[in-house]
Write a protein that binds this ligand. Structure first.
Ligand code: TRP
Ligand code: SF4
Length: 325
């Protein structure tokens, strides 16, 4: 029996290279020998972006296109929009009844976001329940494994505790234990050397044109000690070198040599890097352009995904009601 994998992403903006190398490559690989269910979690997006709700709908189609361009295959996996499967909210309600407030208040990401996010007011009733909805996403499909980044580990731990509490309270073994599958994030920084993030506008997006990719790479900060072309460089302190290690590891040795011995200048070094990055994302962009031409088809795929997800979800909800009532 193939294991079930569930994961989700919030449609809050364009996908960038960090998403590709962090999550999506893993998601694609998992399709080979797992039943994968991937949700565009728009309720989760609304919990923080409720004031800019129109942007969410625009981002949803873009996200589906990015996923498919990267190799998420709707023939192998279920791709769907969370809000098209109302059972997510139904299970969320059942779970909300039994999750102690303290469990939610203790989640480190909750406190951190309240502290750090200043552009939106997250002191809402729903936002506290964010991880409970995430638990509902996972448990609704009885997922065995959840590919996530390290920052999401507390949410998964909470999911397991909620599942155990449900099983214990209602004397059932309805919900299996789920395992986190850490998606490695190679530390790819933004073009300005800070964490790659859409809010810093320092990311290379999967939807950027070739010209934009070249310009963004040409704008990258380099070794601050290398001012003149004749200065010897320190590749280990240069973000450009780091990109080489990820996008063209076979060239890293040469780059190290031409940099530390001042055989090539930074402009040329970045020009060559741009070609390496484009070689990697070129096929994705081609596929992206192709998919963008037929939005109707994307909508149909998401509808079909929601129907398939719903079948599983309805079965679980029947069992949940049986256990509770
Ligand atoms: N909270 C996740 C994030 O921000 C997104 C998410 C929602 C998710 N539901 C999920 C991830 C279920 C894995 C499983 O990245
Ligand atoms: Fe960075 Fe390349 Fe310049 Fe060296 S030559 S400092 S690796 S951009």
């Amino acid at each position: 029996m193939k294991k079930t994998v569930f994961s989700g992403m919030r449609p809050t903006g364009k996908l960038h290279l960090g998403h590709l190398l962090g999550a999506l490559e893993k998601w694609v690989e998992l399709q080979k020998d797992h039943n994968c269910i991937y949700g565009i979690v728009d309720w989760h997006a609304l919990m923080s972006e409720y004031e800019q709700s129109k942007d969410i709908s625009e981002n949803i189609l873009d996200m589906a296109i990015d996923w498919m361009a990267c190799g998420i295959d709707p023939k192998k996996s279920i791709i769907f929009i969370q809000s098209h499967v109302p059972e997510h909210l139904e299970l969320y309600m059942f779970l909300s009844c039994l999750v102690p407030l303290g469990w939610l208040e203790r989640v480190p990401t909750y406190k951190e976001q309240l502290r750090e996010i200043t552009t939106r007011d997250l002191h809402t009733y729903a936002f506290l329940g964010y991880p409970a909805l995430q638990a509902a996403d996972i448990l609704l499909y009885k997922a065995n494994a959840v590919p996530i980044g390290e920052d999401q580990l507390p949410h998964l731990e909470l999911t397991r505790e909620i599942a155990r509490r449900f099983n214990h309270l209602y004397k059932t073994n309805l919900f299996p234990d789920c395992q986190a599958m850490l998606t490695q994030t190679p530390r790819l920084l933004g073009v300005d050397g800070r964490k790659m993030s859409k809010s810093y506008q320092n990311a290379i997006n999967l939807s950027d044109s070739e010209k934009t990719v070249r310009e963004k790479i040409q704008s990258m900060f380099t070794d601050p000690l290398r001012i003149k072309i004749t200065d010897l460089g320190h590749p280990d302190q240069c973000n450009v070198y780091n990109y080489y290690k990820v996008f063209a590891p076979e060239m890293a040795k040469d780059v190290y040599d031409w940099c530390s011995n001042a055989k090539k200048g930074c402009t040329e070094c970045k020009k060559i890097l741009a070609e390496c990055v484009l070689k990697k994302i070129g096929p994705i962009q081609e596929k992206r352009n192709e998919l963008t031409k037929n939005k109707k088809k994307i909508i149909d795929i998401l509808e079909d995904g929601a129907n398939r997800a719903r079948k599983i979800a309805q079965k679980t909800m029947a069992e949940v009601k049986e256990a509770v009532f």
